[in-house]
Design a protein around this ligand. Structure first.
Ligand code: BTN
Length: 244
């Protein structure tokens, strides 16, 4: 049982297919409250079955929690908040969250993606997979939409320091939640403060490929609230494209 000053076990590998997949194997055996960190992934997974390029220099890790010990909906909102709060200390550039949990940075008036989160949830465990482009070279195919911290800061950063700061921040929030020193709505408030999606007109592509267009009124634990032609629609998740 993790208590005060909780410190999750970190399993650090040089290379693996996907830290989420490796974490899942251990989670299936009953292991909880640990982190799998890899220097490279040769089959990194993004959301919606996309690939996540995972070359050396980036941060690729998966945190496994007991799904009954914490509310997955709160953890979902908390994770990107922790990442932004830590990365803020490394750059003066404006950071933001694109729904649901893309970590974005503003460069020359447009936002590029710095990191993403792939959460896999069962009734028993929650795997929170985090990928952040720190010092890795961004592949040509995604240069238009992605950028590394190294590129925006102009020098290599200490990726292990960033990793441990994110983990510490995350653990400290979890402990505060447990002890009721902070409530779910405070976390949501912080998420909304960083959201660059609220107020925008967006297209959300659902898993059945249907696309819903509307203006974003709100984001909460259950997803996004859109004002559409047909009225208010609530959408749990999907691929979000900012229109204006
Ligand atoms: C996204 O599509 O934005 C989510 C990307 C998540 C990538 C991370 S890297 C560590 C973990 N292992 C994976 O295979 N994916 C996640």
């Amino acid at each position: 049982r993790l208590g005060k000053g909780m410190l999750m076990e970190v399993i650090h590998l040089s290379e693996i297919s996907s830290t989420n997949d490796y974490a899942k194997e251990l989670a299936k055996e009953g292991k909880r409250n640990f982190v799998v960190l890899a220097d490279r992934q040769n089959n990194g997974k993004g959301r919606w079955g996309r690939v996540w390029y995972s070359d050396e220099g980036g941060l690729y890790f998966s945190i496994v929690l007991d799904a009954k010990a914490y509310d997955p909906k709160v953890v979902n909102i908390l994770t990107p908040v922790c990442i932004v709060e830590v990365l803020k200390n490394y750059t003066d550039k404006e950071l933001g969250l694109k729904f649901p949990n893309d970590i974005m940075v503003k460069v020359n008036d447009s936002y590029k993606k710095l990191g993403g989160i792939l959460t896999e949830l069962t009734d028993d465990y929650m795997i929170i997979g985090i990928g952040i482009d720190v010092n890795n070279q961004i592949r040509n195919e995604i240069r238009e939409i992605a950028i590394s911290l190294k590129e925006i800061v102009g020098k290599e950063l200490d990726r292990m320091e960033i990793f441990s700061n994110i983990l510490k921040t995350f653990e400290s929030y979890l402990e505060k939640l447990k002890n009721k020193e902070i409530d779910d709505y405070e976390i949501l408030k912080r998420y909304k403060k960083y959201s660059i999606t609220i107020g925008k007109v967006v297209k959300i592509q659902l898993s059945n490929n249907e696309i819903i267009t509307g203006k974003v009124y709100d984001i909460d634990f259950d997803g996004i609230v859109l004002g559409t032609e047909k009225g208010i629609e609530r959408i749990a998740s999907g691929i979000c494209i900012h229109v204006r």
